[in-house]
Ligand binder design. Structure first.
Ligand SMILES: *Cc1c(COP(=O)(O)O)cnc(C)c1O
Length: 386
């Protein structure tokens, strides 16, 4: 029996991909980002659902993720967006990964790896347009493209990434990045090396700024049914794109591990931070900050028991929390509790949890422990017995 686990509605994942697809201009490829354990949804489980729903490519951060996808029999094109050390480039080429590149060392390494492995090395050069994370300015990008040519490395694409699109309803900065991206791509074409593919858009750009779609979009958070931010939703409504119906797919669950009644005046948990004002029925749940249930949720969050909100009492421990079920009659040992997601008519959303912790929905879902099982469910069929 699972004590803490996540159920992932694969029907919702497929639905979200189809919703995103409807926003794309014809011919634009849809890459879904499955880094960070598919934003906490389970890497291969989510990747399979996205591909079944019509995704063309997958994007990951690290070689390890590419390795796991291939090991699970997923042979879709995969773009690796994070740094891969030179000693690992042979493995990357052997697994047919496409790699972001922004320096000579990586390109030379890819060339060596391709000769050794006997396969084509493909890179996507990253243009710096204002994020100042990865990327190089246009003149340097042209030099890197020349080096690729000399070294027999295929420049399959040129990419950039937006810095300030979901944090605001003012898209001036994003549009400036878009202009720089177009200028850089034009310079490369003028130098006789036009990029076969251009891509720039994350979820917010895909939804809000059609001109950012180019040949491919890289959508992450929206594919999981979550809006990139409240600002993005406001902008979408202004642009009449509120019909983008996203369905959250993840439900994080646990079970009651103990029930007890404590008297008025009793303290609950480390630091004695909660004092019962009346006789209180507590349920102990076997989930804690080790599992990604943030300690800032102490004395703040609610969980759902029998479709009713039960407040967390006292501090979140490493492997346990205590919740107040005084007003929820009939709670039983080992019954299911929802930490995140919906139960009956109630829901604890990733956005609500993010507000409690002082972060964003991205961090909430990606930090759910990778050690916890992800169980695929299809929203259209009833859950199988545990
Ligand atoms: C994570 C990431 C994305 C996806 O962003 P979302 O806001 O989740 O859609 C796209 N591109 C790059 C380079 C990323 O790192």
């Amino acid at each position: 029996m699972n004590l803490v686990w996540c159920e992932v509605d694969v029907g919702a994942l497929r639905h979200n991909v189809a919703s995103l697809r409807r926003l794309l201009r014809t011919g634009v490829r849809l890459a879904v980002v499955v880094k960070a354990n598919a934003y906490g949804h389970g890497l291969s489980l989510a990747a399979r659902a996205f591909l079944a729903g019509g995704a063309d490519w997958l994007c990951v951060n690290a070689l390890e993720e590419l390795h796991r996808l291939r090991g699970d029999g997923i042979d879709a094109p995969v773009y690796v967006m994070g740094y891969v050390p030179r000693e690992d480039l042979e493995a990357l080429v052997a697994l047919e990964g496409r790699l972001v590149a922004y320096n000579r060392e990586t390109i030379e390494g890819m060339s060596r790896a391709a000769r050794k492995v006997g396969r084509t090395a493909r890179v996507h050069l990253k243009l710096e347009t204002g994020n100042n994370r990865q990327g190089v300015p246009a003149p340097e990008l042209i030099e890197l493209a020349r080096l690729c040519k000399q070294q027999g490395v295929v420049v399959e694409g040129v990419a950039t990434h937006f810095a300030n699109i979901e944090d605001t309803t003012d898209h001036t900065f994003a549009l400036q990045q878009l202009r720089r991206f177009e200028e850089g791509a034009a310079l490369l074409a003028e130098a006789g090396m036009p990029a076969p593919m251009l891509h720039a858009a994350n979820s917010a750009a895909t939804i809000l700024l059609e001109d950012t779609q180019f040949d491919m979009v890289r959508a992450g958070i929206a594919a999981y049914g979550l809006w990139p931010s409240p600002e993005t939703l406001v902008s979408a409504v202004r642009k009449h794109r509120e019909h983008v119906a996203l369905r959250p797919a993840l439900t994080w669950k646990s079970r009651v591990a103990q029930l007890k009644t404590v008297p008025a005046g009793a303290f609950v948990g480390y630091g004695c931070t909660y004092k019962a004002t009346h006789a209180t029925r507590l349920a102990v749940l076997p989930v804690g900050y080790y599992d990604g249930y943030d300690r800032k949720l102490s004395n703040t969050a609610h969980v759902l028991v029998r479709g009713v909100r039960a407040p967390v009492r006292g501090r979140v421990c490493m492997n346990m929390i205590m919740v107040d079920v005084t007003d929820i009659p009939g709670v039983r040992l080992e019954e299911e509790v929802v930490l995140l997601g919906s139960q009956g008519a109630e829901a604890v959303t990733a956005e609500q949890m993010a507000a409690w912790i002082g972060t964003i929905n991205y961090e909430v879902v990606t930090r759910i422990g990778e050690h916890l099982r992800r169980i695929p469910r299809d929203g259209t069929s009833p859950p199988a017995a545990q």
